[in-house]
Ligand binder design. Structure first.
Ligand SMILES: [Zn+2]
Length: 499
C-alpha cells in the first residue's frame, strides 16, 4: 500500500465531495452525485486498507500514531457507508419529494418544518406535527431501518463488537464516560430547567411543560419578537464588523468565497464548504433574518475563519481530518457572541435590559439543547449497541421525553440520529467552548470581541487546523481536561444572573 498516494486520493476525494455539496446546496447544480464520487475513488474504501492503516497505527509512535489514527477514522467512517450510498441518495430524493397536506394544500415535508416553527396556534401545530410523524413512520422508516441495519453489520465486518465500539475506538473518545458526564448535567440542571424553561414556555406560548410537545420548542425558539434586531440586511455586515474589531478583514481574505446571492434552490440555512484548506473555503448564506439565522451565520463563519486561517504547510491529516469537536468549538465561540450582552448592546443597539432578557432566553434554549443531546447520546448508545434495532422506538420516546420533559414522537427513532456519533462531537464542542470562553474572559475580559489581541489569539489557535484535539488545546491553555462542570456552571450562572 502506497500511503502517500492514499493520502493524495483521500484529499482529492474530500475536495470533490465538498465541491459537489457546495454546488448543490448553493442552488448552482440540481443533481447531487455523491455516489459517482465514491465510485471514482472506490479504492480508498477497501477493507484491506483499513486493516493496513490500523497495523501502521499500532506500530507507530507520537505524531505518526496520531496521523494514522485520523486517517483510520476517515477510512472506517467512509468505508462502512459504501454499501448504503445509493440508499442515501434515494432517501434524500424521497425526502425532497415527500409532501403532507396542511389546510387543504400540499406542502413539502422539508418546508413543513418552517411552517411548524411559525405556527402560533397549538392545535394547528399539533396537526402538522402529527402528519409529519405519520409520514416519517410510513415513508422514511423502512429505508432508515435498512440503512442503520447495514451500518451495524458493516461495523461487524470491521471486527468491532458493535457500532458503539467502532466509534468509541475510531474517535478515541470514551462515549460511556461522556454519557455519564451528560447524566450529571441532566441531574444538576433538572430543577433549574423546570423552573426556567417551564416558565419561559408558559409565558411565551401559553403552554404548560406537562402538556408540551417537542414541536412547541420549534415555535418558542423561532421567537419572532426579536426579529426587529436581527434584520437580514445587516447579517453579513455585522459579521464583517465583528471580525474587523478582532483585526480580521473578511474582504481581504481571498480564500473565503462569500456566497450571498439569492437563488431558487439555495439552502435557507448557512453552511461552509472546505474544498481546499486553506485556499478554497465557501461561506454560503441566504439571509432571511431572525436570531436563528444570525446564529447560523456566525457559526458557519467560525468554521470558515478556522479553516481559512489554517497553515497550508500542515499535513493533510491535520488540515482535513481529526476531531470535529475542535472546529465545532470554534464555530460555537463565534455563534455564542449572540449570548454576550456587550455584543448585543454594541452591535444591535439593544438596551442593556433587553440584552439581558435575550441572553436569558438564549441560555434557557441552550440548556434545552444540551439536555436534548444528553438524551440523544444515551439513546444512540442503546440504538447502536449489540441488540437488534426493532422495538427501540419506545426507548427513544421515553429517553428524549425524559430529557426535555416534552413529548417526543417515537416515529423519529431512526431519523433523529446523527451519523458516526456526531452528537458526541457537539457535546464535547460545547464543553470545549465553555472552557475556551472561560480562558478568554480571564485573558481579555467579557468584551473580548473588541480586542485585536483576542483576534490574534484565535488566529493562532485556528492556524493549527485540526492538529490538536480539544483536550490538548485546553492543556496548552492550562486546563487539565475537558470538564463538563464548565458547561454546567456557565449555563446555570447565565440563567440565574439574567433572570
Ligand atoms: Zn458546525
Amino acid at each position: 500500500m502506497d500511503i502517500e498516494k492514499y493520502k493524495i486520493n483521500a484529499q482529492n476525494f474530500l475536495s470533490e465531495l465538498d465541491k459537489e455539496y457546495y454546488l448543490h446546496f448553493a442552488g448552482l447544480k440540481e443533481e447531487l452525485n455523491i455516489g459517482a464520487i465514491y465510485d471514482k475513488f472506490g479504492e480508498l474504501f477497501l477493507l484491506e486498507y483499513f486493516n493496513l492503516i490500523k497495523e501502521f497505527k499500532d506500530k507507530a509512535k507520537g505524531e505518526d500514531r496520531k496521523k494514522y489514527s485520523y486517517l483510520l477514522k476517515f477510512c472506517g467512517e467512509t468505508l462502512i457507508e459504501k454499501p448504503v450510498k445509493e440508499l442515501i441518495d434515494e432517501m434524500g430524493e424521497d425526502e425532497a419529494r415527500a409532501k403532507i397536506e396542511v389546510e387543504g394544500k400540499d406542502v413539502s415535508y422539508r418546508y413543513s418544518e418552517v411552517l411548524l416553527s411559525n405556527e402560533p396556534d397549538k392545535t394547528k401545530r399539533d396537526s402538522i406535527d402529527e402528519k409529519r410523524n405519520k409520514l416519517v413512520e410510513k415513508q422514511f422508516n423502512p429505508k432508515l431501518y435498512m440503512y442503520w441495519d447495514t451500518l451495524h453489520a458493516q461495523a461487524g465486518k470491521l471486527r468491532f463488537e458493535c457500532y458503539n465500539d467502532m466509534f468509541s475506538y475510531l474517535k478515541g473518545v470514551d462515549l460511556s464516560r461522556l454519557k455519564s458526564d451528560m447524566e450529571k448535567l441532566l441531574e444538576v440542571t433538572h430543577q433549574i430547567y423546570i423552573d426556567n424553561f417551564g416558565k419561559l414556555l408558559l409565558s411565551e406560548t401559553g403552554i404548560e411543560l406537562d402538556n408540551s410537545k417537542k414541536s412547541d420548542f420549534a415555535y418558542l425558539k423561532r421567537a419572532t419578537k426579536y426579529d426587529v434586531f436581527f434584520k437580514k440586511e445587516r447579517l453579513v455586515e455585522l459579521f464583517k464588523q465583528t471580525l474587523a474589531l478582532m483585526g480580521i478583514d473578511l474582504d481581504r481574505q481571498k480564500n473565503i468565497f462569500l456566497d450571498v446571492e439569492e437563488r431558487k434552490n439555495k439552502s435557507p440555512r448557512a453552511f461552509c464548504c472546505t474544498v481546499k484548506i486553506p485556499d478554497e473555503i465557501y461561506l454560503v448564506i441566504m439571509p432571511k433574518g431572525g436570531q436563528d439565522d444570525f446564529e447560523a451565520m456566525f457559526h458557519e463563519g467560525g468554521h470558515a475563519e478556522h479553516f481559512s486561517n489554517t497553515r497550508s504547510s500542515l499535513d493533510f491529516e491535520y488540515k482535513f481530518l481529526g476531531d470535529s469537536a475542535v472546529t465545532e468549538g470554534y464555530a460555537f465561540a463565534m455563534e455564542n457572541l449572540m449570548q454576550n450582552k456587550e455584543w448585543l448592546v454594541y452591535f444591535l443597539k439593544m438596551s442593556p435590559e433587553y440584552a439581558r432578557e435575550f441572553v436569558y432566553f438564549s441560555n434557557v434554549a441552550k440548556l434545552w439543547f444540551c439536555r436534548r443531546y444528553a438524551g440523544k447520546l444515551k439513546y444512540e448508545l442503546i440504538l447502536h449497541g449489540s441488540d437488534p434495532i426493532s422495538g427501540k422506538d419506545a426507548i427513544y420516546r421515553q429517553i428524549l421525553t425524559a430529557a426535555n420533559l416534552m413529548q417526543y414522537s417515537s416515529a423519529d427513532y431512526l431519523k433523529d440520529v446523527d451519523d458516526s456519533f456526531y452528537c458526541a462531537d457537539y457535546i464535547r464542542a460545547w464543553v470545549f467552548e465553555a472552557q475556551l470562553k472561560d480562558h478568554m474572559h480571564q485573558k481579555f475580559g467579557y468584551g473580548w470581541f473588541r480586542q485585536k489581541k483576542a483576534g490574534d489569539f484565535l488566529k493562532e489557535l485556528w492556524s493549527y487546523g485540526m492538529k490538536y484535539d480539544p483536550v490538548e488545546i485546553l492543556q496548552q491553555l492550562g486546563y487539565k481536561d475537558l470538564d463538563i462542570n464548565y458547561l454546567i456552571y456557565s449555563l446555570m450562572e447565565e440563567i440565574k444572573k439574567n433572570k
